[in-house]
Design a protein around this ligand. Structure first.
Ligand SMILES: NC(=O)c1ccc[n+]([C@@H]2O[C@H](COP(=O)([O-])OP(=O)(O)OC[C@H]3O[C@@H](n4cnc5c(N)ncnc54)[C@H](O)[C@@H]3O)[C@@H](O)[C@H]2O)c1
Length: 437
């Protein structure tokens, strides 16, 4: 099939590359000229395991193209994905300006009957808005389908090629079937396509993300309570996980959720409630708990040190989770902002997110310095805070760490080390929801 993907970010690029790899002809469009130029030269603008060879292979086979020219891409395709960002607006609602801009561009270049697929995460009713926007500008027939994306950064290619499920929301069964065909190559082991109406499809995406965010805030609340009553949340987690109704996934305590999806999607769902005269009490609490949890390490550190003024604090991990360079709403960035506002200077490292973090934290000037090497980062530090559970942080050389830090103090937001061992090594070691021995 001939496919255009509008927006070549984390979702658009993976979608375009994987669909091309299944034999379709795909044109990926982006307004960011630098990004398009990089991709044309075979470089991937994001860090995502396994993506580069797929892009290179399909560019070479002439199945995958990158352009800034929307008109040509739309005119030459039968199926057009909208995969642009839907960031939080000032009131927490999803900002639909990019989605509606693309809808207008599609309308203005609609030269035959086409299927428009909304892959961006959008509030219930947005596909109707996209339909109205296009219909106002053209008489050419078209279909709008909701097909939210569930891939996870860090395993995006694998998730797209072996999805847990593909949701297709449509009021037209033929159009829905055509989109189903597009996904057939990824359904060889088991058909996981779920067809439904458009509004339910839009809601499925938000409900899924909100459920996952709720699990995280729930476990963080339990962990914080464990701290106060002398229970060990890791033992509690192990005990809970064996209940098949609960399961082992997504019940790890930590420093809160971040990234480009959970925070904005929980906010947008709350906002959707408010707009419809409905109080989303649970979701509001999920967000409150998360906002507090993001500052937990800094709060605990301050309690330990008395004051952060003049202190040098090292930070390991800047991306919102391992295996991605995405730092949007990352707990580490929130923590660093607070450390600096409390008078500390920060030395930070991350295996792949340094550049993005540097850009985001540029306003803090020389209060934050960045290092490639994790040991260089902790040189002379009064304490180390761990925000992201990158594998390389799991078994560090503790002896060396103790020698080069100004004080052997670690606040671990991901429960990476044994509390007993850390005591043996002579560290002051604090983690989330586990008694300090
Ligand atoms: N990142 C994820 O893990 C993930 C997972 C599932 C769903 N989503 C959803 O997918 C959507 C896209 O997310 P993302 O992380 O890929 O965003 P992103 O910011 O990485 O990419 C969006 C891209 O769209 C481009 N763009 C903006 N306006 C454009 C236009 N008029 N024409 C063409 N391109 C345009 C931007 O330049 C950018 O490159 C969001 O709604 C998000 O919530 C994201």
């Amino acid at each position: 099939m001939k496919v255009a993907v509008m927006g070549t970010g984390y979702v658009g690029l993976v979608t375009g590359a994987c669909l091309a790899d299944a034999g379709n002809h795909v044109i990926c469009v982006d307004v960011d000229e630098r990004k398009v130029q990089m991709l044309r030269e075979g470089h991937i603008p994001i860090y995502e395991e396994g993506l580069e060879p797929i892009v290179q292979r399909n560019v070479q086979a002439n199945r995958l193209e990158f352009t800034t020219e929307s008109a040509e891409a739309i005119q030459n395709s039968d199926i057009i994905f909208i995969a642009v960002g839907t960031p939080s607006d000032h009131d927490g609602s999803a900002d639909l300006k990019y989605v509606l801009q693309v809808a207008a561009t599609i309308a203005d270049n609609l030269n035959s009957e086409k299927i428009v697929i909304c892959k961006s995460t959008v509030p219930v009713g947005t596909c109707d808005l996209v339909r109205e926007t296009i219909a106002k500008r053209t008489d050419t027939p078209f279909h709008v389908i909701s097909n939210p994306e569930f891939l996870k950064e860090g395993s995006a290619v694998q998730d797209f090629q072996s999805p847990d499920r593909v949701i297709i929301g449509s009021s037209d069964s033929n159009a829905a079937e055509t989109v189903g065909e597009l996904y057939k190559p990824f359904m060889r082991r088991r058909d996981r396509i779920v067809y439904m109406d458009v509004r339910s499809a839009e809601m499925t995406k938000y409900a899924s993300n909100a459920m996952l965010a709720t699990k995280i805030s729930f476990m963080n609340e339990i962990a914080n309570l464990c701290d106060r009553v002398g229970a060990d949340v890791e033992k509690v987690r192990a005990g809970m996980s064996l209940d098949e109704r609960i399961g082992p996934h997504f019940i790890f305590p930590g420093v809160g959720y971040g990234g480009s999806c959970f925070p904005k999607d929980v906010r947008a769902l709350s906002r959707l409630g408010a707009e419809n005269d409905f109080l989303t009490a649970l979701l509001n609490s999920v967000e409150d708990v998360n906002n507090r949890q993001k500052l937990r390490l800094v709060h605990d550190l301050k309690e330990h040190l008395g004051s952060l003024k003049g202190k040098t604090i090292a930070v390991w991990g800047l991306s919102f989770k391992p295996k991605t360079d995405d730092v949007r709403e990352a707990p580490a960035l929130v923590g660093i902002e607070r450390l600096v506002s409390e008078g500390a200077t920060v030395r930070a490292t991350d295996p792949v997110a340094l550049e993005n973090a540097q850009e985001e934290l540029a306003h803090l000037g020389d209060k934050v310095s960045f290092y490639k090497d994790e040991y260089e980062t902790i040189k002379g530090a009064d304490a180390l805070l761990i925000f992201t559970e990158w594998n390389q942080f799991r078994s560090p050389d503790f002896k060396k760490m103790k020698e080069i830090m100004a004080a052997p103090v670690i606040f671990d937001g991901r429960n990476l080390y044994s509390t007993a061992k850390m005591r043996e090594y002579g560290f002051h070691y604090d983690s989330i929801g586990r008694p300090t021995v």
